[in-house]
Design a protein around this ligand. Structure first.
Ligand code: PMP
Length: 401
């Protein structure tokens, strides 16, 4: 008899569980649009050429060891990550008022940031958009933050509920933490326009609220790293403080390497130093220090002009393929005469389309067509290819009629 026998059976993760179900499906026509990982037009995972080159160099270099990194991670990686997110000549970077520590991809960086906020911030309440990436609702309570929500997505327009968002931020307490997706909002693919961002920023600053940015898709939305960082950089430029969790999972295709960073933009360089000291106290008992390999890959790519240039081209290639899939899917639905307005497929940004398909329709498509997506009707455009568009259109058409 085990001491664990009285445990209840744990449910499958809402997102990763889709892949578990997909893997069990023996039908060869099956299509996985659940998980947010890039696939080529041949449906294959992709290791970027620049990553292969960086890795080859790292392996060949006999002067490299596998020693522990410092608690805060690889110094060159942290510096370059900060510059990638904010821009090397950004006033907050130049003023040295940002501290950046390496984290375990986006999730780990969010968790360390949340833990720090839970311990040291005066108002441990965080507002997240409805809907948001499901893990946000699990990460923040673990760090002692109370999770509340603000309106974000409008099902009627399949766009942004800007009025609702502003009303809810206004009604939220002064000083509350506000979680914002930097770009390519997951799961909706709906982002505020630059002028809407400006209004959001002014409101958040007027209320003394604390912006906590999640950047999982820089460069993946538009194909341009700088354009995708607009919201983040404007908040950092107004002199106010903020947190940023960065992930290299999607934009450098380093999913399993778990490479990311947490940056705390502070009002002064002195505050940034104090914050870094406390972040070390969060990290040390959690996992001691971060892994070396992925950070070394990123630092190699970002520090060499040729590799950086080639990375941007590969990144643009991935973003473009996703955008092309939006057009192929939209055109095919139109041609088929599938009932409904599908223009949101073209308007939404980034890896996902929030289709508006209902749970029963999602279940129907899984049962009859072996098409897998999350229960909220989110499909990964990166999981779609020229060859699989017709099958998806058949499934959607049958589901909505
Ligand atoms: N935030 C958002 C919004 C995401 O979509 C993801 C990836 N699905 C993450 C954070 C973190 O991912 P990872 O831990 O793999 O970097």
């Amino acid at each position: 008899i085990s001491v664990w026998e009285k445990l209840t059976e744990a449910p499958e993760d809402a997102i990763l569980g889709v892949t578990v179900a997909y893997n069990k499906d023996p039908n060869p026509v099956k299509l996985n649009l659940g998980v947010g990982a890039y696939r080529t037009d041949e449906g294959k995972p992709l290791v970027l050429e620049v990553v292969r080159q960086a890795e080859a160099r790292l392996v060949a270099d006999r002067s490299r060891y596998k020693e522990y990194l410092p608690i805060v991670g690889l110094a060159a990686f942290n510096k370059l990550s900060k510059e990638l997110a904010f821009g090397a000549d950004h006033p907050a970077v130049v003023a040295n008022r940002i501290t950046t520590v390496q984290g375990l991809s986006g999730t780990g960086s969010l968790r360390v940031g949340a833990e720090f906020m839970g311990q040291h911030y005066h108002t441990p309440i965080i507002y997240v958009p409805v809907p948001t990436w499901g893990n946000h609702n699990k990460i923040f309570p673990k760090a002692g933050l109370k999770v509340q929500s603000y309106r974000y997505y409008d099902p009627a327009t399949r766009g942004l509920n800007f009025t609702g968002m502003m009303e809810d931020l206004k009604a939220a307490p002064d000083g509350a933490i506000i979680l914002l997706h930097v770009c390519a909002h997951n799961p909706t693919g709906v982002d505020p326009l630059p002028e809407q961002w400006d209004a959001i920023r002014q409101l958040i600053r007027a209320k003394g609220q604390f912006p906590f940015f999640d950047s999982a898709y820089q460069g993946f939305a538009s194909g341009d790293l700088d354009a995708d960082a607009y919201a983040l950089r404007s908040f950092a430029a107004d002199g106010g403080e903020l947190a940023l969790a960065q992930s290299y999972a999607k934009n450098m295709g380093l999913y399993g390497e778990r490479v990311g960073a947490l940056s705390m933009v502070c009002a002064t360089a002195a505050a940034a130093k104090l914050v870094e000291g406390q972040l070390k106290l969060v990290i040390r008992p959690m996992y001691s220090s971060p892994p070396l390999h992925g950070a070394a890959i990123v630092a190699t790519v970002l520090s060499e002009e040729k590799l950086l240039h080639d990375w941007k081209a590969e990144l643009k290639g991935m973003a473009d393929r996703i955008i092309e899939m939006r057009h192929k899917l939209y055109d095919a639905l139109l041609q088929r005469g599938t009932p409904g307005d599908w223009t949101h497929i073209l308007k939404q940004i980034g890896m996902f389309t929030f289709t508006g398909l209902t749970k029963p329709q999602v279940d129907f498509m899984r049962e009859k067509y072996h098409v897998y997506m999350t229960g909220d009707g989110r499909i990964s455009m990166a999981g779609l290819s020229t060859a699989t568009v017709p099958h998806l259109v058949n499934a959607i058409d049958d589901a909505v009629r």
